[in-house]
Design a protein around this ligand. Structure first.
Ligand code: ATP
Ligand code: MG
Length: 427
């Protein structure tokens, strides 16, 4: 877990402070998975850590957390602590510092997340996390109902970890997550969205969706996410069906590289269009950029779906002009989900030729058109600009993009003059 991490543990140990790698990095290291971020737990108080490591940044003093940048890693160093009295179902009323690691592990959500390793490689595993990891079992530390009651987000974390690592849902824990679903109403939508996005972007989003459907967790969130009950899943076969419906592109979500494209595919399966997607994005407090990109990808997909085969190229180019090249390129990443499914054979011509059509487009935006609004107005004899100008330019762009009209000044002006009568401007 990085030389820096070991140095850090040793420096704390030299001063007499117990220190461990904890949580996700221990779990991932035991699984032989790449470690993303490294958390360290120690008996040293935050001010001691700040003193020992002059480069440390006080990132979360309230929770006892200090960030120590060493080499290319940022280590989150947190003082052993206990949390108590979650009267609101989302954060502890008080945090108290502890002297030993066991107490710190006790506050953690699942046994596989509640292990620690010291600088000598000794594992501290009071709840049988390693055994659960080997048995692929996701189990709460202690009483699941109480743990979900303390922090309702843990129910969504349960779904995320179960899907991400292919864990079986441990029955008492999973049963409590389903019972406790209404508790999610107090959790900030930002936290819900972060979990959801890690599920969709994760290694088995289909399984995550199946577990979400089964538990109805999303329905109970603060904003009562208005998603179809079935979440777009083709049939009622639950999470571990032996008879997969080969027709459902959602089953292949994990093969789609682009995360936003995955969202678009999921929304399309739920039959949510761009406007409905916008509502969901608002509820999830996503960024405007995310919302816009999702809308455009959905609109792009819808534009292709309705097009007759013989007009595929025209539909593709028209959609790329309206929704932007980025939406078109993103849509292409959906190929592994749709390719070969009979119900989606209309997508084949686009996956076959779409990239080439984009590459060949002589102009993709109004900026690339060889004339602009001022030229149109001059050709119209000084008539005032208005919506008609944009409309006419859009038409020129489409003809140029399709290769029906040369993207050259003279050719475009000739075409403007021939179109002007249709725009009520006379000769
Ligand atoms: P990831 O790979 O997603 O980062 P992680 O296990 O590191 O997984 P984090 O959210 O980074 O998850 O949290 C680090 C550790 O803190 C967890 O392993 C767990 O021990 C503990 N933890 C995090 N969130 C909670 C929570 N809501 N309730 C209890 N313990 C938590
Ligand atoms: Mg982590």
């Amino acid at each position: 877990m990085g030389r820096g991490g070991l140095r850090l543990l040793r420096r704390l140990a030299e001063r007499g402070y117990a220190a461990y790698f904890v949580g996700g990095c221990v779990r991932d290291a035991l699984l032989g998975r790449p470690v993303k971020d490294i958390d360290i737990a120690t008996a040293a108080k935050p001010d001691t850590v700040l003193e020992l490591f002059p480069e440390a940044i006080p990132t979360g003093l309230k929770h006892g957390t200090v960030t120590v940048p060493l080499g290319s890693w940022h280590y989150e160093v947190t003082t052993f602590r206990a949390e108590s009295d979650y009267s609101d179902g989302r954060h502890p009323d008080s945090v108290s510092f502890l002297d030993d690691v066991e107490g710190d592990l006790e506050r953690r959500d699942f046994t596989v997340n509640a292990m620690a390793v010291d600088a000598e490689g000794r594992l501290v595993d009071p709840f049988g996390g390693r055994r659960d990891l080997e048995a692929k079992r996701l189990r709460a530390v202690g009483d699941p109902a109480a743990r979900f009651g303390e922090d309702a987000l843990r129910m969504l974390r349960f779904v995320r970890f179960a899907a991400e690592y292919g864990f079986a849902a441990d029955e008492p824990t999973w049963a409590e997550a389903k019972l406790g679903a209404p508790g999610l109403a107090v959790v900030a939508m930002e936290r819900v969205a972060a979990e959801l996005s890690r599920m969709i972007g994760g290694s088995d989003p289909y399984r995550a969706l199946a577990l979400l459907r089964e538990s109805e967790l999303l329905r109970w969130t603060k904003e009562r996410l208005r998603l179809p009950r079935a979440l777009g899943l083709a049939n009622d076969d639950g999470a571990d069906s032996a008879a997969p419906s080969a027709e459902d592109p959602l089953r292949r979500l994990a093969e789609v590289g682009d995360e936003l494209a995955r969202w678009a595919l999921w929304f399309d399966r739920m039959e949510l269009g761009p406007d409905e997607a916008e509502g969901v994005c608002r509820a999830l407090r996503t960024s405007g950029a995310f919302e816009g990109a999702l809308r455009r990808t959905l609109a792009f997909h819808a534009a292709l779906r309705g097009a007759p085969t013989e007009l595929a190229r025209r539909a593709w180019i028209g959609a790329a002009l309206r929704q932007g090249e980025e939406a078109a390129r993103r849509w292409l990443t959906l190929e592994p989900a749709y390719r070969g499914l009979p119900a989606f054979d209309w997508t084949a011509p686009y996956f076959d030729a779409g990239a080439a059509w984009l590459d060949e487009m002589p102009a993709k935006t109004l900026k690339e058109l060889a004339i602009g609004g001022a030229d149109v107005l001059a050709a119209a004899g000084g008539r005032r600009g208005g919506p008609w100008t944009a409309d006419l330019l859009g038409r020129l762009l489409e003809e140029a993009a399709l290769g029906e009209l040369a993207n050259e000044r003279e050719a475009l002006l000739t075409r403007v003059r021939s179109l002007l009568p249709q725009y009520g401007a006379g000769n």
